[in-house]
Every structure is written in structure tokens, then in C-alpha cells.
Design a protein around this ligand. Structure first.
Ligand SMILES: [Zn+2]
Length: 384
């Protein structure tokens, strides 16, 4: 749920409460209180809700859509009355394409690259359709809370979910991993250089065009998705290292770069990172994220943080920004900062480490993620 939705929900539950209190006051013949609620509290809540709903709608018309807690978006879809519908919708699945492997196989030959790329894209489409077809004929009874009681829909008992799979009501996502490494394999430079950027944007444009084409052809909600690849950045890299050996800037680490991101190990400033990633954010309708990695001291400078946020949203039109910073706390003396094994104040090892490794806050990333992801976290350059 986005922040607007959380606020709206809060307001709506306050309104329900006020209505309950009104009834109670009337039952107790407390007319003063009842009038206060009926003519004061309730109208003011109703108008706040109306205002907030208008803001939410305006936002959507402007082209930004609420992600769930992480980066994934449902591609926009309107109901039969022409209004955006966000809730009760869902994603049927993601298949992610290993971009660097195509570059490795093409060995810098552009014609070969585009040919293999198209073959792989067809394979992704096929895999996604397998999943879609498997879902067809599923009865609402498999999970009543989702399909019958409103978490997703209110279907009849025994009804199949098929109509919710069609017409873009639910989405089908093509994900991508390692755009940066692909650029290295084909051009010897990253996609943060002008030459690399031009090529990488063509790749993005092609994937997006494919999704649009598939959507037209099948009527299904195909969308492009900047895969977080929490496990996949490790898996793809490991498999390609086994098969092709260590290729500098491609398979010589334990991980590939997530979606179209600037690699975590690049020394780059905050504003420059935002500028490099912004043009890529136009393509993934299924969601993507732009993050900056800060150290603890930086976050105390609220003015600077405000500038980062303004620049990202107002100047660059970045759809979803995240600011990552470490919060380590000593459970003995309460000291907060960034520390590794022990509290610098009292030396206690009873510490809690909070990190935003991916979409969610993580307690201990060393147990929550695989080796590749841990190596990626450790390689992250702090942006300043
Ligand atoms: Zn301490």
C-alpha cells in the first residue's frame, strides 16, 4: 500500500468509528454529543477523504502509480466506467531475462545480439504463457479468502478465476537483469557512458515494445518489470561464471546488477546516479526503483535529503525513489549509528542491524540473503 492508501484507510476507519459513536450517542439520548459528531466530525472526515481521493486520482492521471511495499507496480488498468482500478488486482508471474548472457554469446556482434535477444524474448513469452495457461480453470475454492471473500475478488463458489486473468486486469511481467553487464559485454563500457547508454536504452525500448506487442496479440496484461532479482543476481552470475569463466566487469563478482541500475560498486555521486537512471525508468510499467545509498551521518542533514527528493521527483520525474541508510542499534546502551560487530560506545555485541537491502527493512542480511546478495550489499558504494 502506498502512503496515500494508508492515510485514506486511516481516515475511513475514523469515519466508521465516528458513525458508530453517533449511533451510541443517539441511543443514550446524548443529543449534544450526537450533534457534534453528526455536524462536526463526520462532515470534516468526509471532506478530508474526498480531498485525499482527488489527490490520489490526480497522481494517477499524471502517470505515477502506487507500488506495493517493494517496487512492483500493476500496470494501469481502468474499469468499465473509465476509473483506475488498483485493488483486487494481481500479477500472474514474472520471468526474467539474463541480458549479460546474450551479450557473452554475441561477443560484440550486434546482429547476432539482436537475433539471440529476440529468441530469448520469445522463450520468456512462452514461459509466461505456460504459467497463464496453468492458472486458467482454477476455481475460486482454492483460496476462498482471496477469490471469494474479497482479498482479490468476490467470485461465487466453484466459479473459475479466468476472467480475472484476461484483458490486463492482472499483469504478466517480463523482468530483466544486468543491463550494465550487457553493455560491458557488447561495448566494453558500462551503460553509464554515453555510448553504453544509447545501446542500453535501445534494449529497454525493445523489451517494452515486445511487451506492448504481446499485450495486443494476446489481450493479456504484459508489462516490463525491473526485477529486484534478490536471488537471481547471484544465480545468473554463478551459472555464467561456470560456463564462460571470469569475464571482467561481467562475471568476475558474485552478482550481476539488478535491473538497469548503476552497478553498486561504481563510484558515483547521488545526483549523477539519479540522472543516469532516470531515462531508464520510463520503460518498466511493471515497476522499478531508484535508490541512493547513504551513510548514517548524511541522513542527519535533512535539507540535503529534501534536495535529493525534489531533484528526483520534480526535475527527473523518477517514479519511485528509495533512500537507504544503515540503522544499527545497541540493545544494551541504546547507541545508534553504523557499526559492524560491536557497539562503539559500550563494546556490547548485543546489537541489532537494520538494513534496507531490497524493498523491505531487513534485520540481519547475512542470514536473510544468499551469498551473492550479501556480496552485493558489501560492495555498495555510499553516494554523496
Ligand atoms: Zn552500547
Amino acid at each position: 500500500m502506498g502512503i496515500f492508501q494508508i492515510k485514506l484507510k486511516e481516515l475511513k476507519s475514523k469515519l466508521d468509528e465516528a458513525r458508530g459513536n453517533l449511533e451510541a450517542a443517539q441511543r443514550q439520548y446524548d443529543y449534544n454529543k450526537a450533534a457534534e459528531i453528526q455536524y462536526g466530525e463526520i462532515p470534516s472526515l468526509e471532506s478530508a477523504i474526498e480531498q485525499m481521493e482527488m489527490e490520489v486520482r490526480e497522481n494517477y492521471e499524471g502517470g505515477t502509480f502506487p507500488p506495493m511495499g517493494c517496487r512492483s507496480h500493476l500496470s494501469p488498468n481502468k474499469d468499465e466506467y473509465g476509473n483506475y482500478k488498483w485493488y483486487g488486482r494481481f500479477n500472474q508471474g514474472v520471468v526474467s531475462i539474463n541480458l549479460p548472457q546474450i551479450g557473452i554469446l554475441a561477443k560484440g556482434d550486434m546482429d547476432k545480439f539482436w537475433r539471440i535477444f529476440d529468441e530469448r524474448l520469445e522463450l520468456c513469452k512462452e514461459a509466461l504463457l505456460v504459467r497463464h495457461n496453468l492458472l486458467k480453470g482454477t476455481k475460486s475454492d482454492v483460496s476462498p479468502i482471496h477469490w471469494q471473500h474479497g482479498a482479490i475478488a468476490r467470485l461465487e463458489k466453484g466459479e473459475v478465476i479466468d476472467r480475472l486473468l484476461e484483458g490486463g486486469y492482472s499483469t504478466v511481467s517480463l523482468g530483466y537483469v544486468g543491463l550494465c553487464e550487457l553493455s560491458y559485454t557488447m561495448l566494453g563500457v558500462s551503460h553509464t557512458t554515453p555510448e553504453g547508454e544509447k545501446f542500453a536504452l535501445e534494449v529497454m525500448n525493445h523489451m517494452r515494445a515486445k511487451c506492448d506487442e504481446w499485450k495486443k496479440e494476446t489481450g493479456l496484461g504484459f508489462g516490463l518489470y525491473g526485477t529486484p532479482a534478490e536471488n537471481l543476481i547471484y544465480r545468473f552470475c554463478r551459472l555464467d561464471k561456470q560456463r564462460f569463466g571470469e569475464i571482467p566487469n561481467v562475471t568476475d563478482r558474485e552478482f550481476l546488477t539488478n535491473s538497469h541500475h548503476v552497478p553498486v560498486w561504481h563510484e558515483i555521486g547521488i545526483f549523477e546516479k539519479l540522472e543516469v537512471e532516470a531515462p531508464f525508468c520510463k520503460y518498466p510499467t511493471g515497476g522499478c526503483i531508484t535508490y541512493v545509498e547513504l551513510d548514517t551521518t548524511f541522513i542527519k542533514n535533512t535539507k540535503a535529503i529534501e534536495q535529493v527528493i525534489d531533484y528526483a521527483f520534480k526535475e527527473l520525474d523518477i517514479p519511485y525513489l528509495a533512500i537507504n541508510f544503515p540503522i544499527d542499534a545497541c540493545l544494551d546502551c541504546g547507541y545508534q549509528g553504523e557499526f559492524n560487530d560491536a557497539c562503539p560506545e559500550c563494546g556490547s555485541t548485543d546489537i541489532q542491524q537494520l538494513r534496507r537491502v531490497t524493498g523491505y527493512l531487513t534485520g540481519n542480511y547475512k542470514t536473510a540473503f544468499n551469498k551473492g546478495k550479501q556480496a552485493e550489499v558489501e560492495a555498495r558504494v555510499k553516494h554523496s
